[in-house]
Design a protein around this ligand. Structure first.
Ligand SMILES: N[C@@H](CCC(=O)N[C@@H](CS)C(=O)NCC(=O)O)C(=O)O
Length: 267
């Protein structure tokens, strides 16, 4: 562990978001896994606000005893505080948004509730995306894409022609969509024949706007793409030990990043 800033030892790019060096309480530590899409949401919020934060990674294959003691669900992310542990991504992100300046949630309670509804909706699609990662063959992959397409069609109808979910200002809905759209973007590059974004022009444009954003780029470890592809190649991506459809589409690099399992998430 240790104090991590945007210029952290893990090599993430220096942020150009905001110059102010403000801190969340130093005793607060966000605990996660290097490829966890869920932890990206609070990290993106920190980055957007130009805050420095503590981030600690654990190995989900070998969960430390202290983590199992702290985390009732045994899942990341958790936020350690002096007074206890928070253990749900939405709860953690909302709390951090509330205790720091420049809220990324709308002020109006009903608007805020609309945003929270869409955040939950988008987060649940991560589970479909994870199924697509593990699809055995092209027909299974196409079925998963159909499910994702059907769900994102609702988002497509909700999006306007502006840059972000709710106009030109970045909100926590954008922070929630970014990890999902990042992974779908990687999968789209690996398997363009599946046409993941084909029927979703607004979602596709939103994806590009989000992936270009500094805060989103800084929410990934530098070798995230290589780690993701390594995960896709792992035999344990599927129960029968065969590489998944997506895994077979990756080109093994000469030096593999350390193999780490990613565990299917849950809402
Ligand atoms: N609803 C939870 C889901 C968390 C979750 O599924 N985390 C995954 C990593 S992204 C995890 O810890 N999996 C390990 C396991 O289930 O053992 C949240 O949003 O915080």
């Amino acid at each position: 562990m240790g104090f991590k800033s945007r210029r952290a030892a893990d090599g993430r790019a220096p942020s150009t978001v905001k110059p102010s060096a403000r801190y969340v309480p130093e005793s607060m530590v966000l605990v996660s896994h290097k490829l966890c899409p869920r932890v990206q949401r609070p990290v993106i919020a920190f980055e957007e606000k130009g805050l420095l934060y503590n981030l600690e990674y654990i190995d989900l294959d070998d969960k430390p005893d202290w983590f199992l003691e702290l985390s009732p669900l045994g899942r990341v992310p958790i936020l350690k505080t002096d007074e206890g542990v928070l253990f749900n991504t939405s709860v953690i992100t909302d709390y951090l948004d509330e205790i720091t300046p420049e809220p990324l949630h709308p002020e109006d309670p009903l608007e805020r509730a609309f945003h929270r509804s869409w955040i939950e909706y988008l987060c649940n699609i991560l589970r479909d995306e994870e199924r697509l990662e593990r699809a055995a063959d092209e027909s299974e992959a196409r079925r998963e894409v159909q499910v994702i397409d059907g769900k994102l069609a609702h988002v497509e109808r909700r999006l306007g022609s502006e840059t972000y979910f709710d106009g030109e200002d970045f909100t926590l809905v954008d922070a929630a969509a970014a990890p999902l759209l990042q992974r779908l973007h990687w999968l789209d590059e690996l398997a363009p024949e599946l046409g993941i974004f084909e029927n979703l022009p607004r979602v596709a444009a939103w994806r590009h706007a989000l992936l270009e954003r500094d805060s989103v780029q800084n929410s990934l470890v530098p070798d995230a793409r290589a780690r993701f592809e390594s995960w896709l190649r792992q035999a344990n991506a599927r129960d029968d030990g065969e590489p998944s459809y997506m895994g077979a589409r990756t080109l093994p690099p000469e030096i593999e990043p350390p193999a780490e399992r990613i565990y299917p998430g849950a809402p």
